[in-house]
Design a protein around this ligand. Structure first.
Ligand code: CU
Ligand code: ZN
Length: 174
């Protein structure tokens, strides 16, 4: 009888703690320059880490730079309004808080990826003027330029990873 009581108490305590730490969530709907939705991002904070899950369609196959940008404003066609990579620490690419792995678009034009990052929280992304997800035309080189090509990455590489034009943009909301 004692064992059952203890187990019941434990499960009650567990249920209470689960309720207390309701996950903070968010999302972004990414549109291309024509205004068509080509990707959705869902965000879930888990133990201080942020799970970023993206599903995309109607994109050119291959790797595409994928970042969180500093301003939650997506004005087509170039999406420059989202400004640079989300970078509250003022460091070089690819140490920006908004830097993420490249998105692999398959031959059928779709992509799916889920990644955990410990570089940003939902509060960070919603603070001030917000933030936006962007899918680029080219792969991000993550500023990895071997010495046989150059002494060191140039300024543009250290800001952008040379991921090229902005194909789609979506503002983060909760
Ligand atoms: Cu970007
Ligand atoms: Zn960056």
């Amino acid at each position: 009888m004692k064992i059952i009581t203890a187990a019941a108490a434990t499960s009650l305590a567990f249920a209470a703690s689960v309720t207390a730490v309701a996950a903070q969530t968010g999302n972004a709907e990414l549109r291309n320059a024509d205004g068509d939705v080509v990707a959705n991002v869902s965000l879930v904070e888990e133990d201080g880490k942020l799970r970023v899950t993206v599903t995309a369609r109607d994109l050119p196959s291959g790797f595409h730079g994928f970042h969180i940008h500093a301003v939650g404003e997506c004005e087509p066609p170039d999406f420059d309004s989202a400004e640079g990579h989300f970078n509250p620490e003022g460091v070089d690419h690819a140490d920006h808080a908004g830097d993420l792995p490249n998105l692999l678009v398959m031959d059928d034009g779709t992509a799916e990826m889920s990644v955990l990052t410990d570089r940003a929280t939902m509060d960070d992304l919603l603070a001030d003027d917000g933030s936006a997800f962007i899918i680029h035309a080219e792969p991000d080189n993550h500023a990895h330029i071997p010495e046989r090509y150059a002494d060191e990455p140039d300024e543009e590489t250290l800001e952008t990873g040379d991921a090229g034009d902005r194909l789609a943009c979506g503002v983060v909301s909760d």
